[in-house]
Design a protein around this ligand. Structure first.
Ligand code: NAP
Length: 263
């Protein structure tokens, strides 16, 4: 059963991708363009967005792509970016929030500056965007909010002392949002990828299980939107394994982590 309205055709849909300058967001931009959507690409690095805008393959000649720079940690910049988006489009069909940062943190290097920055980007960032777009989405009475979380939000993992909680909170946020917005005709999706090969994971000094490419991640995200999934999680063998871990009793959970996770 689909919890959201399946999207059967992306042609001429207006898709605002926040975090499009690299990795998963960039791959999603190419995927949506290939499906015939109009795009607004956002992130801080305008030069990357401009380069992507000019290199992207469109499906048809009547599509358009714009770039609008913003820093999701600034409410002022989010407001200005939204005004720009609204001056280009009179409706937004999909808001895809991909922006995020990952810094490995363990208990013995628990730094509050790093912590604040990660919470501000990964949790407050999507909240700022959702709060900003909410009045216009409610007014139009349709649309999709899709937020990129992580399987790291399912349960506490090593090196994830701060990143994990930001993604766990985002999952919880999306659940509440779905409950409130479903009756208003607005669809909410939480996207939980496993390991994806991007600049963010290039810093990992361990072998990442079930690693997939950013292009594969974009295909999974697109397919989840087409099905109307609330939670879009992948790759399945890894995400289902982590879902199973989180329902185990804590003594077994912590024993498994200690025995098998060597990072
Ligand atoms: N790669 C993985 O294995 C993996 C797994 C699960 C979940 N995820 C999640 O997937 C998302 C994308 O990650 P990725 O791996 O593709 O990383 P990435 O290549 O480093 O891309 C991160 C994106 O976030 C943007 N961003 C960061 N801070 C921002 C800010 N303050 N304002 C606006 N945009 C900002 C970056 O753009 P600018 O620097 O230009 O601003 C960039 O476009 C993140 O939310 C991440 O947590 C990744």
């Amino acid at each position: 059963m689909s919890l959201n309205q399946p999207i059967t055709n992306f042609e001429q849909l207006n898709v605002w991708i926040i975090g499009a300058s690299s990795g998963i967001g960039k791959a999603c931009a190419s995927w949506f363009a290939g499906q015939g959507a109009n795009l607004i690409l956002s992130a801080r690095r305008l030069e990357n967005l401009e380069e992507l805008k000019h290199s992207i393959q469109l499906k048809s000649t009547n599509q358009h792509i714009h770039s609008v720079a913003l820093d999701v940690t600034s409410s002022e910049q989010v407001g200005q970016a939204l005004s720009q988006v609204q001056s280009i489009w009179n409706k937004v069909d999909i808001v895809l929030f991909v922006s995020g940062i990952y810094t490995p943190v363990r208990a013995d290097d628990f730094d509050m500056d790093v912590t604040s920055k990660m919470i501000d980007t990964n949790l407050m960032g999507p909240m700022r965007i959702v709060s900003a777009v909410m009045p216009s989405l409610l007014k139009q009475g349709f649309g999709h909010i899709a937020l990129v979380g992580s399987v790291a939000g399912y349960s506490g993992l090593p090196k994830s002392l701060v990143y994990g909680p930001t993604k766990a909170a985002l999952l919880n946020f999306a659940e509440s949002l779905y409950y409130d917005l479903k009756p208003k005709g607005i669809n909410v999706h939480i996207i939980c990828p496993g390991f994806v090969e991007t600049p963010a994971t290039a810093i990992n000094d361990f072998q990442m299980p079930a690693l997939i490419s950013a292009d594969q991640a974009a295909i999974e995200i697109g397919a989840g939107l087409q099905r109307g999934d609330f939670e879009i999680h992948f790759p399945k063998k890894f995400s289902y394994f982590l879902k199973f871990l989180r329902i185990l009793p804590y003594p077994i959970y912590f024993w498994l982590l200690k025995t098998f996770v060597k990072i």
